[in-house]
Design a protein around this ligand. Structure first.
Ligand code: UD1
Length: 422
């Protein structure tokens, strides 16, 4: 078991370079299956979730080689169509392999996915999408088999703009016969990244980033070299920790257009923000002002920033109201923040935060990836020492988190089985 030990009362100041996007990397790693050759990726973050995706690829018969800053994936020998249950259970995003396997073999066997416990997270929209494309689905004691002779393009109207279901629909349709049109599609920037790499491989996809995506099936894809987009949630996390500690920060290699609602909310709290090309500079005031946020699908305020922004507001002046519209269980971290002195009441999907002057260090537990990152931020801002256990959740999604934070003024030790790592 690993834990973070954080000496608090620090101001975050300096420069940080943003890593490649986790949520763009995961479907892109799965997409490599559709190419019967080599996919070379740059800027893949070295985190637990990408490592798990590579493990699944290897179990399916793929070869993954790391060379300095690039990952070379060879999928020419993939013949398996069954995703191992123990890997499926470890991460929700494993479900994205189903679309790629169906696109390649017209067949896939898998079990229900696991992942962060932030709500029910069903996969009904994914399965409905497959059915729409003429794929038969049979369920047997938690195992699901999807198959059909030949996938033919169709019109798919999603009941909700699910990110994963949109990505799976694109993956299945890429090599299908004819035209597929997805309406009420998710508009997240990571879907544009998926479209971009697939088109570079020879696919014919238009419309990602809007609510209608049109895919004209092609017969074959080709080798590709691709640079993954920057991680917008990591960028948001660093901006928020600087804001919370009254600091100033320069975020490098970021796409500011992808975090517009976050930038507007930080400005509302009193932060001064300057955007230049791929860089954001931010100066926080001594004390932030309270603001309200409501999470929504993109381009709304991202649910993945909810816990991080709410934590920032625990020491703002005034009362903030947070409304979580996407995941029903995304307030688990609140109990931990209360141990640190935060004043937060939860009523259904709303959190009412009464800003206090200071948080105090405590022993707390990370309950999910972003909620865990939020506790790290609270620990940096708090008076005294904070110990966070269960940090495996945080390591799933942040590359060199403690090193990056220590470089800009934090004091965090990573302790693994009682041994100091950093
Ligand atoms: C992706 C992101 C995750 C982010 C989420 C919402 C990745 C790897 N993960 O997750 O970080 O928090 O988008 O922006 O990109 N739903 C159903 N049935 C389904 C699928 C989804 O009811 O079949 C519901 C979910 O329970 C949730 C909502 O739809 O309430 C949004 O989920 P979705 O957009 O699918 O999220 P993910 O793709 O899982």
């Amino acid at each position: 078991m690993s834990e973070y030990i954080i000496k608090g009362g620090r101001k975050i100041e300096g420069e940080v370079k943003i890593s490649g996007s986790k949520n763009a990397s995961l479907p892109i790693i799965a997409a490599s299956i559709l190419n019967q050759g080599t996919t070379t990726l740059y800027n893949v973050p070295d985190i637990h979730d990408t490592q798990m995706m590579f493990e699944i690829l290897k179990k399916l018969g793929g070869k993954v080689t790391k060379k300095k800053n690039k990952i070379i994936i060879d999928t020419s020998k993939i013949s398996e169509y069954e995703i191992p249950e123990e890997l499926m259970r470890q991460m929700r995003s494993s479900v994205i392999f189903v679309g790629a396997l169906l696109g390649k073999h017209s067949k896939a066997t898998f079990s229900y996915p696991g992942g962060c416990d932030i709500g029910a997270r069903p996969i009904d929209l994914h399965l409905k999408t497959f059915e729409k494309l003429g794929i038969n689905i049979s369920k047997n004691y938690g195992n699901i088999t999807c198959n059909c002779d030949k996938i033919i393009g169709e019109k798919i109207d999603l009941d909700f703009p699910s990110v994963g279901a949109t990505e799976n629909a694109i993956l299945v349709a890429c090599l299908a016969k004819g035209e597929t049109i997805i309406t009420n599609a998710a508009k997240e920037p990571e879907i544009i990244d998926l479209q971009n790499i697939l088109n570079k491989m020879g696919a014919n996809i238009k419309g990602a980033g809007t609510d209608t995506i049109q895919i004209n099936g092609v017969t074959k894809l080709k080798d590709v070299s691709y640079n993954i987009m920057p991680d917008r949630i990591e960028a948001g996390t660093f901006l928020c920790v600087a804001a919370m500690t009254g600091g100033n920060i320069t975020i490098k290699e970021v796409e500011a257009n992808n975090i517009t609602p976050l930038i507007h909310k930080l400005e509302e709290t009193g932060c001064k923000i300057e955007i230049q090309k791929n860089e954001i500079k931010m100066q926080a005031p001594k004390r932030l002002k309270a603001v309200d946020i409501k999470t929504m699908p993109y381009p709304g305020f991202p649910t993945d920033m909810q816990s991080i922004f709410a934590t920032t507001l625990t020491i703002a002046k005034g009362t903030s109201i947070i409304t979580e519209n996407l995941f029903e269980n995304r307030y688990k971290y609140v109990q931990e923040l209360i141990r640190m002195g935060a004043k937060i009441d939860i009523e259904g999907k709303t959190a009412i935060i009464k800003g206090i002057k200071k948080l105090y260090g405590a022993n707390v537990t990370a309950t999910d990836l972003r909620g865990g990152a939020a506790l790290v931020m609270a620990g940096i801002a708090a008076k005294g020492e904070t110990k966070i256990n269960n940090i495996e959740y945080i390591l799933r999604g942040y590359e060199k988190f403690e090193q990056k934070l220590n470089n800009i003024g934090a004091n965090i030790k990573l302790v693994k089985n009682g041994i100091n790592i950093f």
